[in-house]
Design a protein around this ligand. Structure first.
Ligand code: PAF
Length: 286
């Protein structure tokens, strides 16, 4: 697998591809690649001539006391998975190449970025939007592919691209799940076997809400209560937030009359997991 380690070299490669008339799809990741990333890479391959996977554990999106230091880092294994999924190049810059010693310029969204994930992780989305914008400048893609598991991140990136007129098409891909419904995440590796068994409570809660919705329930509080009850069956689960939001505006709803998303963030022991499910029309994979 070809790997580029600097922004300058990446930009030179992007210029060369442009000269050859090739289109570029970017899959931004923080490494720790799993089958969910494989699905993003394969989808990227359907959209452009070349696929670049960025592997960069972005320090600015981690808060104090979060898992920046212990986040899984294994470039060799990531490269193997990229090759298997059909990527053409891995872009793996260092933090010192991506950021100056005292960064003073950021991209931030001032409303939704402070709710849900943003309320629990202050500054998180400022770090995400800034690094995604920087990755776009480095890789110069026409298309960028993101997973629906990080629903709020996806929504904010779509808003950034729209409002800053960034000429990148955002493609979203359904969440990949284990057989028992647990959404694939690099952080699942932190779970002990007993915690892993309990972690299915996130999917079970979303499924329960989805079933109630399909049976005609439109009161957000009722769906909320169902999710809460399901999560409480797992002794080590601690709810950070549960919410039903309007899918277009990403704001809480009381009655579901438009497509909505059920969102949750739950700690299983010290591991914080997130997941979501679409509540609209007939059941579909999110
Ligand atoms: O979803 C992620 O892995 C990260 O938030 C992203 C988009 C790669 C930015 O660091």
């Amino acid at each position: 697998m070809n790997v580029i380690y600097t922004v300058n070299a990446m930009q030179a490669q992007a210029r060369e591809w442009a000269r050859q008339g090739k289109t570029i799809a970017l899959v931004p990741t923080m490494g720790g690649l799993h089958a969910g990333h494989g699905a993003l890479i394969r989808r990227a391959g359907e959209t452009a001539d070349v696929v670049v996977v960025s592997v960069f554990v972005n320090p600015t999106q981690f808060g104090p006391g979060e898992d920046y230091e212990r986040y899984p880092r294994d470039l060799e294994s990531d490269c193997t998975q990229c090759a298997q999924a059909g990527a053409d190049l891995v872009f793996a810059p260092t933090a010192t190449d991506m950021y100056p010693a005292q960064p003073g310029v950021f991209v931030s969204e001032e409303e939704t970025a402070n709710t849900f994930e943003g309320a629990s992780r202050p500054g998180h989305f400022k770090g995400v939007l800034t690094v995604v914008a920087k990755l776009f400048w480095a890789v110069q893609p026409q298309v960028a592919v993101f997973g629906r598991k990080d629903a709020q991140q996806l929504w904010l990136i779509q808003r950034m691209v729209r409002e800053l007129n960034i000429p990148v098409q955002i493609v979203d891909v359904p969440t990949v799940r284990e057989a028992d419904g647990l959404a694939l995440s690099s952080r699942n590796a932190y779970l002990s076997p007993a915690q892993r068994a309990q972690a299915t409570c996130l999917y079970r809660a979303l499924q329960a809400a989805r079933q109630q919705f399909d049976a005609g329930e439109r009161d957000a509080q009722a769906l909320h209560a169902t999710m809460q009850e399901t999560i409480r069956t797992a002794p080590d689960a601690d709810i950070d937030y549960l919410a039903i939001v309007d899918a277009e505006r990403f704001t809480p709803v009381t009655t579901l009359s438009q497509p909505a998303l059920a969102l949750l963030a739950v700690r299983i022991g010290t591991t914080r997991l997130i997941d979501n499910m679409e509540l609209a029309g007939t059941a579909k994979t999110t």
